[in-house]
Design a protein around this ligand. Sequence first.
Ligand SMILES: C[S@@+](CC[C@H](N)C(=O)[O-])C[C@H]1O[C@@H](n2cnc3c(N)ncnc32)[C@H](O)[C@@H]1O
Length: 220
Amino acid sequence: MSFVLHPADIRRGEVAALVADLRAGRDVADFRFDLLVPPGLRRLSVTHWTPVQVALRAAELLAPCAKTKVLDIGSGCGKFCLIAALSSGGRFTGVEQRPHLAATAKRVAGELGAARASFVSGDMADLDWTLFDAFYLFNPFYENLMRSIRIDETVPSTGENFARCVSTVQAKLGGARVGTRVAMYHGFGGDMPPGYEQVTREALGTAFLELWVKTQDHQG
Ligand SMILES: C[S@@+](CC[C@H](N)C(=O)[O-])C[C@H]1O[C@@H](n2cnc3c(N)ncnc32)[C@H](O)[C@@H]1O
């Protein structure tokens, strides 16, 4: 009798090992997550998707308890939300302007069994941010300014759109309640609105991971 391992069985085994490592909070090589997405999205990982070690630490900073609801602004193929949901107790929602990326994120969530990660397709400006306790941003609007790093041409990318997105984030975070936590990797292209204090700034990967907490309501 001989055993033949089917590629689907190998993939199931690798996915199970990845989930076990993430649930245990272990840092894993980025390619192990990136293999879950189509090759065309894999090659974008180094520039556009949060490194695993950054996602693990950001989740730790953002979701100190199981009730915390976190919004990833511009969630791409879901890498941050999926790793964070598997490694911490919080609930993670991603909002993504490109429907094909949101669809990939939903498919991978199903494959990983990441029940506390969900994804919404649309513009972050149209979402009600008051439903969330915490926010994550990985420089989501920068491709508007730099043509060479554009993900694809399915959405308009312009300097005007960059300015609109940055001021939307500032207005939404400005209106958030005291206690709101915001983690940023590579920033978001603007300054934090008044009322926030930087709690930590840690060198990780290719940049700094920052945590800000809203400590007071600012009367404009
Ligand atoms: C640098 S990627 C980060 C992806 C993900 N947060 C991660 O860290 O793995 C930024 C993503 O933001 C999305 N994005 C940019 N502007 C957006 C907007 N106005 N509304 C929703 N998504 C947006 C882009 O399509 C892209 O997928």
